[in-house]
Design a protein around this ligand. Sequence first.
Ligand SMILES: Cc1cc2nc3c(=O)[nH]c(=O)nc-3n(C[C@H](O)[C@H](O)[C@H](O)COP(=O)(O)OP(=O)(O)OC[C@H]3O[C@@H](n4cnc5c(N)ncnc54)[C@H](O)[C@@H]3O)c2cc1C
Length: 421
Amino acid sequence: MDQQTSRVDVGIVGGGPAGLMTALLLKRRGISAAVVERRSQEAIRTTQRAGILEAPTVDMLVDAEIGSRVLTEGHEHEGTVLSFDGVQHRIDFQELVGRSVWLYPQNEVFRDLATAWQAEGGEIHWEADDVAVEGLESEAPVITFTDAAGEPGRIEAQLIVGADGSRSMCRRLIPDEVRTDYFTSYPFAWFGILCEAPPTAPELIYANSEVGFALISQRNEDITRMYFQCDPDTDPESWSEEAIFDHIQQVLGGEEVVQLKRGRIIEKTVLPFRSYVCDPLTHGRLVLAGDAGHTVPPTGAKGLNLAFSDVRALVPRIVEFLEGLTGGEGLTAGADDVGSGPGAPADLTAPLRRYSATSLDRVWKAQNFSWWATNLLHRAPDEDEFAHHRRRGEFRAITGSVHGQAYFADSYTGWAGDRHD
Ligand SMILES: Cc1cc2nc3c(=O)[nH]c(=O)nc-3n(C[C@H](O)[C@H](O)[C@H](O)COP(=O)(O)OP(=O)(O)OC[C@H]3O[C@@H](n4cnc5c(N)ncnc54)[C@H](O)[C@@H]3O)c2cc1C
């Protein structure tokens, strides 16, 4: 073995939440892993993304002893506010389904995971270039890359986890004749801002009006995250600070409904969104996790949580797969072990296919909720008056009934009893 070659059980492409959480949980099971990440730590840590964690996601961080900052610095939200044409309705998660969500930005989740992985001596190559995966149909898959110093690197593994986000290179390694891509797009995007302002309200406000959607989220006591619906081709610089806040205030309703807290805008981005699912999430010695296998529009706050639920489902199946390789007793032949009749060799990748089926089951539930919430809360550019009033009727059906509210609360907080482990 030369200096640039590592041999591990599992090679992971992508050092985002899915990749790092997988690496850490595998290590807890005595399984070695190495991670290759294209970006720098600083670049990932300073990119604004998710903010809402479901309770099982929080439990995973705490149970894996990754740190308790999520509990000390995160904020529990026992409900959220839905607003339509300036009329607000609070959805009380605790009262309706007995669960909360936590506001803890993805930047902090990433920081906790990266700190833990590196503090425990985990192998990770930041700023890797030319990342490639070979040998997926062999017994010895390999990740090759050029490291930050320009030196070639090589990771030899038994299995590769593709956790390389929504533009996944790994996903394209599943042959076209095996892979089905399910996809839909939307005629709008989110204009996101980060501004120096205190929270406008104690909980998130999802608002809709005749001029479209806005979300008042949070970051901390001094910084606020807000979004509003825009055309996907919008140039962020074409909106002045004043125009942005006036528009968001208009979506929320008048100042007598809620007074928007304004402040200097420190970041503006336009975020087109789409729904995508790759089926299956595995092929040969490759398995996909997180956004690499599926993306959702951010309205339902599901993306990061799906990445974590993938990892929860995946890690036990990787253990089973590796035990199968060594003839361990942990390999249980499942009903989907096609061709493994009496005398036939066991299909070693069956646990990985079971992971794919389990994960996709949850993914489609999340796709449905994210699609539904997006269409409920946004105004399509070609929406006519009938469609607007129909949507208001749907909104009233949700907010005006305890059953409708419970549907929203159950979905938003992550579905009771839907744990994989
Ligand atoms: C604006 C916004 C708001 C969001 N809000 C929410 C929310 O409130 N709640 C929620 O749950 N989700 C939310 N999401 C979604 C959430 O951010 C993602 O679902 C989450 O980041 C998925 O994690 P991941 O690890 O699968 O992918 P990523 O976080 O994208 O990580 C993938 C990593 O792989 C690396 N990579 C890519 N290609 C390669 C390669 N070839 N080689 C090596 N490395 C590679 C990337 O640099 C990246 O670091 C939001 C997303 C956005 C953009």
